[in-house]
Write a protein that binds this ligand. Sequence first.
Ligand code: NAD
Length: 356
Amino acid sequence: MAHVLVLPGDGIGPEIVAEAVKVLQVLSKDHGLSLTTSEGLVGGASIDVHGTPLTDDTLAQAQAADAVLLGAVGGPKWDALPMANRPEKGLLALRKGMNLFANLRPAVLYPQLTHASSLKPEVVSGLDLLIVRELTGGIYFGQPRGLRTLETGERQGYNTLVYSESEIERIAHVAFKAAQKRGKRVCSIDKSNVLETTALWKEVVTRIAAQYPDVELSHMLVDNAAMQLVKAPKQFDVMLTDNMFGDILSDEASMLTGSIGMLASASLNEHNKGMYEPSHGSAPDIAGQGLANPIATILSAAMMLRYSLNAPEQAARIEVAVGKVLDAGLRTGDIWTEGCQKVSTSQMGDAIAAAL
Ligand code: NAD
């Protein structure tokens, strides 16, 4: 039987994860899903109890589980802590410790939410793109990094953008394989006109593309990609990016779908073990008020069933249920428009569970 470690985290994390667990429980009880879950602490919640954002024990539990379902971490309560002890370090340690190098972020516009997008309906309707982001390398992890004081007394910050060929190769394979199951197009994002590391990125991706003759490869500079995402986003099928470019472009893509509260994500290692979480953060501004949209987390649970737990029919059941509830006009505040029924976090979870 598959085992899932549930890490609710901080802010809206516990509220939205509770709704995803509710959906999984209905699938287990009524629809034959074979699953056990246990719960742990991460981020600020772990700092408060253990003094660290991720204990060795929780990391070991995550490594032993078939998948991890996570809410979000962080919040103003822990903002004054030194960088090394911040809640976000717990997430980075999980990604590194589980070797989750591939981050899959689909941006799909449900037809019912066309009017919640910040772009014109004709620009976004039918949008279905996948961002494949490298997650354990690049400038977020590169050494040397830090702050130093120059001879003049002025302080200087520095970080290192570094990628080895093998790191680029393995994420490129993930993107090409994903494209084979979709629209068969990969657009690789770089800044090869300025940064040597991303010139190497472009060269290696081009080399790997030869192994996937059925997939069409194109390249785009990151500044143009940011522009094209809001100008003509439907031109993209799979976007392949490094860690930092993907961080930024995937948040931009999320707004095309109406709300960041709709955007799921999967982070996988080479054995398809993974961590599943919404693309948004802990939203401290709305935490504890029943205002958060749980759909990104519920769709992340669907991705978990598809990629790590080999239960694609159950995954599809969740996705169909989300569509039915949107069809029925139920909306949390972030996706609400005139004429729809405004519901709370748990009412949305209840409705999706009932629609399964
Ligand atoms: P955020 O994603 O938490 O919130 C941005 C905006 O989107 C806010 O207005 C928020 O209310 C709204 N929002 C986010 N999720 C929503 C949902 N499900 N339903 C409705 N509205 C939603 O980003 P932020 O405000 O920049 O960061 C807040 C905290 O989250 C910070 O401590 C940050 O470090 C942390 N963070 C964590 C993660 C993560 O855990 N993966 C990611 C990003 C930010």
